[in-house]
Every structure is written in structure tokens, then in C-alpha cells.
Design a protein around this ligand. Structure first.
Ligand code: FAD
Length: 411
């Protein structure tokens, strides 16, 4: 008779929990090691406490890494319909928004964790919390998993330790250390979905100013991306959803020591010639108004103050006195206000990390190492990072599911 495989899952995040459930439901004897006091801390913190659990439209194009197509196979194994069926099996109902983002119907992240925890209990998964794995070694066909408390042996091990993003929630680089100890390559990591630091005279004075804008990313002077959304100036630089969306490419370029800049278009709804005409007409209709008053009808007042400072135009000058040269400069700044990006706000503030365990050495149909039989990697520890919008959990669920099912197979 075949014995059920003894499986260790290192990391009780989204990926580890999914893998544990799938493995246990398929008959494996599963233990999760989690160094936090409880599992799923990032699930609880996600989506501002609402957990953007998946995106119904996910495909490899939504991911970055040395080989984003690595994600294709796992994503296809867990299409939205299959994920929804799985969620129903653990008592979790979902709410799909128009843009494909999906949340628990209760709109509470804790519902997701509760459902996974309850299902894990029913499936007989052992969860060792406050248990930090310090080393994993392989002797003959067995893996020795060592923590401060004990040494245990397993037939198969999944490294689902996530990335270094948000260390305050338990993130660690331990997965990379374990991977390296088995000869796996780690691609340099960098914070992603993160706020950016600016090198400018004015951003800190605009701290707290929030507006809608189009943001264009330049790397070494070449356009590399464009997004529209909210931006929020801060003492250190800039944040807001548009910035998080563009941060992946910005942060990856900064890591390669490339020159990174943002162009901010405060009035993206107008073509530049159209804006020219509108402003000229406005100036002509109220020639005695100050330039500050007129511009405040178009863009947030606090922005106007610093836009004029940057254009070196006195706010109190009447519009009839603004020279053509000044007007041209003003128009350019409104639609192409350049800021040099000097860095990111770091892993502490990042939602995810780029880089990680190279996917070249992992079989994406099983998530098993191509070098070490019985050793698996899944979730954010891998060199795959998704866009904002439920894509990162999507990858964690899909790869966790595959690894879990594979690890439960007969020895
Ligand atoms: C604030 C925030 C909001 C987010 N919101 C969203 C969202 O709405 N939608 C979305 O798709 N993504 C979101 N993400 C990203 C998402 O949380 C991650 O991509 C996802 O959690 C990755 O899952 P994982 O299981 O691979 O890693 P993790 O969830 O990071 O889990 C890894 C686990 O391993 C544990 N661990 C690490 N080292 C050890 C060790 N040596 N021994 C034992 N345990 C260890 C960690 O404590 C952790 O619990 C958000 C991230 C953050 C930080």
C-alpha cells in the first residue's frame, strides 16, 4: 500500500494555505510552518482590509519577471470559474467588479482568512505558528526541516515564504537563502507597487495635494509607460494609485542604475493645442484676474502655487501681463511637469517585490525544482510579480494549488 506523502509547507501566506489545502484534500500529511503568531497576515492587510482576492482577466501579460510566460500555465489551471468553485467549497462567496477585480462578498479580508483556516482544520492540516524555519537540507530521499523548536523530516517541501515586501507583516528573505542552499539562482529583488522618491524643489511643499493626472514614465529619456489615476504628493516624493501602477517599471530601472523620470500631465483630458486655446480664451476674457485665480479654476489651487513657482511667474500678476514665453512655459508644465525619480519608498512600504527565485529552474507544470526532486517553490518567492488588481494573489493561489496537488501524489 502507498503511504501518504509527508509534506512541509514553509510559509502560511496565501500560497502556502492554498497548497496545504490542496495537498491535504488529496490525501497528504501536511504541516505548515509560519513564523508569525498567525497565518495569512498579508491577506488581512490586503486591499485596504478588503482583499482584492483575484482578477477575472489575469493572463501572463499582467506579470513581470525574466520570463513572465512562466505564469501562463499555472493561471490556465486556475481560471476564475475554478477559483470561484474552490472558494464555494470553503464557504467563501465572491463579488466581481466591472473591471475584473474580485473581493469577498462580505468586503472583509478576514472572511478570506477565516474560510482558509476553517477548511485547513477540517482537512487536517497541522499549522505550526511562531515557528521559524532556519534550515532545510536533504539527506537521501528525505528533507530535514529545522526550526528553533525541532528538526523534522518530510518527503516533500514547498518553499512559499513570499518576498521581502512589508517586513512588518512577517516578510523575510529566508526563501531565497533556502533556494540558494539548493543551488537555485536568485534574481535581484526590488520593491514594487511602491511610492517613489523625487528629487525636486517643490514636491515636499505640495505634500498632501491629491489630484487626477496622467503619469508618463521615462527611463534613460525613453518613454516606458503611461497611466492615468490619482497622484498624491508627499514629503518624500509621490504616491497614489497611478504611481503604484507605474512603480514596477520605475523600481526595476532604478535597480539597474538607469535614469528615471516622471512626466505629470495635470490636464490629460485636453490635447495641448486645445488647452492652449482654452487658456488663451480665458486669459482674454478676464485680463485683470491674477494668473493664480484663473489657473485655480483648472487645477487644484495648491498645485497652482508651485506650478507658478516652477515657471517663475508671480501668482499675483494679472493674466494680461503674462508674456508669450511665460505662457508657453506654463502650458508645458501643466501637461509635462518633469520630476526626477531618486528612489523608492522601500520594501517596508511596498506591496510586492520583483525578482526572486529564477523561474528557469522551476517546472511550471508542477512547481518542482528542476534540480532537486521533491523541492517545490510557489507564490511571490518566485521571480514573477503582478500588476495591482488581484493579480499577485492570483499567482499565489494558482501556483500554490499546483504545488499542493503535485506534492500529494504517491511517492
Ligand atoms: C499591504 C499589502 C496589500 C496587498 N494587497 C493585495 C491585494 O489586494 N491583491 C493582491 O493580489 N495582492 C495584494 N498584495 C500582495 C499579496 O499579499 C502577495 O502577493 C501574496 O500575499 C503573496 O503570497 P505568498 O503566500 O507567496 O507570500 P506571503 O503572503 O508573503 O506569505 C509568506 C509567509 O511566509 C512566512 N515566512 C517567511 N519566512 C519564513 C520562515 N523562515 N519560517 C516560517 N515562515 C516564514 C511569512 O510570515 C508569510 O506568512 C498586498 C500586499 C501587501 C503588503
Amino acid at each position: 500500500m502507498n503511504q501518504s506523502p509527508k509534506v512541509a509547507i514553509i510559509g502560511g501566506g496565501a500560497c502556502g494555505l492554498m497548497a496545504a489545502l490542496c495537498a491535504a484534500r488529496a490525501g497528504a500529511d501536511v504541516t505548515i510552518y509560519e513564523h508569525n503568531q498567525s497565518v495569512g497576515k498579508k491577506i488581512l492587510a490586503s486591499g485596504n482590509g478588503r482583499c482584492n482576492i483575484i482578477n477575472t482577466t489575469s493572463c501572463a501579460d499582467d506579470y513581470f519577471g525574466a520570463d513572465p510566460h512562466f505564469a501562463s500555465y499555472p493561471l490556465k489551471q486556475l481560471p476564475f470559474s475554478a477559483f470561484e468553485t474552490f472558494c464555494h467549497s470553503i464557504g467563501l462567496l465572491l463579488d466581481v467588479k466591472e473591471d475584473g477585480r474580485c473581493y469577498p462578498l462580505s468586503n472583509e479580508a478576514k472572511a478570506v482568512l477565516f474560510a482558509f483556516n476553517s477548511a485547513a482544520k477540517v482537512a487536517g492540516v497541522k499549522i505550526l505558528t511562531e515557528t521559524k524555519v532556519t534550515s532545510i537540507t536533504k539527506k537521501k530521499n528525505l528533507f530535514i526541516v529545522e526550526s528553533a523548536q525541532e528538526k523534522m523530516s518530510y518527503d516533500r517541501v514547498l518553499i512559499a515564504t513570499g518576498s521581502e515586501a512589508a517586513p512588518q507583516l512577517g516578510a523575510s528573505s529566508d526563501g531565497y537563502t533556502f533556494a540558494k542552499s539548493f543551488g537555485h539562482e536568485i534574481l535581484p529583488t526590488y520593491p514594487s507597487l511602491v511610492q517613489l522618491h523625487l528629487n525636486s524643489r517643490v514636491h515636499h511643499k505640495m505634500a498632501g495635494v491629491k489630484t487626477h493626472a496622467e503619469v508618463t514614465l521615462y527611463v534613460n529619456g525613453k518613454e516606458k509607460g503611461k497611466v492615468q489615476g490619482d497622484i498624491l504628493f508627499a514629503s518624500y516624493g509621490i504616491s497614489g494609485l497611478a504611481i503604484l501602477d507605474i512603480s514596477q517599471k520605475a523600481s526595476s530601472a532604478l535597480m539597474k542604475h538607469q535614469k528615471v523620470a516622471l512626466s505629470i500631465n495635470l490636464l490629460p483630458r485636453f490635447e495641448s493645442s486645445e488647452l492652449n486655446t482654452i487658456i488663451e480664451k480665458l486669459f482674454a476674457s478676464v485680463p485683470h484676474y491674477t494668473v493664480e485665480t484663473v489657473l485655480s479654476g483648472l487645477i487644484p489651487a495648491k498645485t497652482v502655487t508651485y506650478l507658478l513657482e516652477e515657471a517663475i511667474i508671480s501668482p499675483s500678476v494679472s493674466v494680461s501681463k503674462v508674456t508669450n514665453k511665460e505662457l508657453t512655459k506654463l502650458l508645458r508644465l501643466i501637461q509635462d511637469w518633469r520630476f526626477e525619480v531618486s528612489g523608492t519608498h522601500g520594501f517596508k512600504h511596498a506591496e510586492v517585490s520583483g525578482g526572486g527565485v529564477s523561474t528557469a529552474q522551476i517546472n511550471n507544470m508542477t512547481m518542482e525544482s528542476k534540480h532537486i526532486n521533491g523541492l517545490y517553490f510557489a507564490g511571490e518567492v518566485l521571480d514573477i510579480v503582478g500588476r495591482r488588481g488581484g493579480y499577485n494573489f492570483n499567482f499565489a493561489w494558482a501556483t500554490g494549488m499546483i504545488a499542493g496537488k503535485e506534492m500529494a501524489k504517491d511517492l
